[in-house]
Design a protein around this ligand. Structure first.
Ligand SMILES: Nc1nc2c(c(=O)[nH]1)N[C@H]1C(S)=C(S)[C@@H](COP(=O)(O)O)O[C@H]1N2
Ligand SMILES: [Mo]
Length: 327
């Protein structure tokens, strides 16, 4: 993404202070819950300081996985080197190589995911509980960034729908919001002037329940490297990459569309839906083709497919919608 200077951003792009404060208040609430749990286990925590320091990198730990019929086949996988050194993770810098250099301080244990909003009961899931909720699958997906480059990534996870069922959303829940970890002392590269943190993304409920939407814990059979969104992230293969929030700490069920980071930043450039669509150009560049990362120069250009090639599975979610308007 190209971050624009505050002076370039039309005032319509700046979300109301209310929404901003609400989001913050919510996160502060979540942090409070974690602190309270910590206090109850103070003895253990003290021991932990000696025997179990805060863990920041489990990357490289093998995960037990099963194959998935939902994998994309017939395309070469992007190398682990490229997947972990050509990243977008603005909390750790805006350069493609910055997350690999800067994300080592992200504390991935202990880690919890707070669930609230339109649910039967608010809950907090521990990451190690989430990891064991369902068998982990190898899921190979095409990954298309809105910046017109692409990769093929062997993720590890299970369908987001399996997690959502455990959240027990009410029938009034029409949307789901994902909020990323945000701690300025760890993520020193965040500037408050152009983006409202924490990173926020969302899906309509039927999109989130689609079996292709993946709750993701690893790649190449191992725990996610921090720069790819450890310890848990969302992957939505038929949408531009920015819909897939990394390092999520909260999932909120809502009756209306949540504010989302890039839509807030530049609503004329990044819509809520952001389905991969070669027929809707970005105002500043074409989306008709993309550049496959890590292949020889002459073979890089690809024709971008509608819904990133997943149309057969997901097109029905949007029947009757004008996808030029709902970009
Ligand atoms: N929290 C957070 N999540 C994020 C981003 C980010 O900057 N912060 N960038 C998004 C974008 S633009 C893309 S393309 C993908 C990149 O994922 P990858 O680096 O694992 O390929 O993450 C998405 N999720
Ligand atoms: Mo992206």
């Amino acid at each position: 993404m190209l971050i624009r200077k505050p002076s370039d951003i039309p005032s319509s792009a700046i979300s109301s202070k209310d929404r901003y404060l609400n989001r913050r208040r919510f996160l502060r609430g979540a942090a409070g819950t974690i602190a309270a749990t910590g206090a109850a286990a103070l003895g253990a925590e003290r021991l932990g300081e000696v025997f179990n320091p805060r863990i920041t990198a489990l990357a490289g730990t093998k995960l037990e996985t099963v194959k998935s019929p939902l994998s994309t086949t017939g395309e070469d996988l992007t190398s682990l080197e490229d997947i972990t050194h050509y990243n977008n993770f603005y909390e750790f810098g805006v350069g493609k190589g910055d997350p690999a250099r800067n994300a080592s301080g992200l504390p991935t244990r202990p880690w919890t995911v707070r669930v609230d909003g339109k649910v039967k009961n608010p809950k907090t899931f521990d990451i190690d509980t989430l990891l064991k909720l369902r068998p982990l699958e190898d899921r190979i997906y095409r990954h298309r960034c809105v910046e017109a480059w692409s990769m093929v990534i062997p993720w590890v996870g299970y369908s987001l729908s399996e997690f959502i069922k455990q959240c027990e959303p009410l029938s009034t829940a029409k949307y789901v919001q994902f909020l990323s970890y945000y701690d300025k002392s760890v993520e020193k590269w965040t500037s408050e002037s152009t983006i409202f943190w924490p990173y926020s993304e969302g899906l309509r409920m039927d999109e989130a329940m689609h079996p292709l939407a993946l709750l993701t814990f690893g790649l190449y059979g191992e725990v996610l490297p921090n720069q790819d969104g450890a310890p848990v992230r969302i992957v939505v293969p038929w949408k531009y990459g920015f819909k897939s929030a990394k390092s999520i700490v909260a999932v909120r069920f809502l009756d209306k569309e949540p504010p989302t980071t890039w839509n807030e930043q530049a609503p004329n450039e990044y819509g809520f839906y952001s389905n991969v669509n070669p027929n809707v150009d970005h105002p500043r560049w074409s989306q008709k083709t993309d550049r496959r990362i890590g292949v020889p120069f002459y073979a890089q250009r690809r024709t971008t497919l509608m819904f990133n090639g997943y149309g057969e599975q997901v097109a029905s979610l949007y029947s009757g919608m004008d996808l030029k308007k709902n970009f």
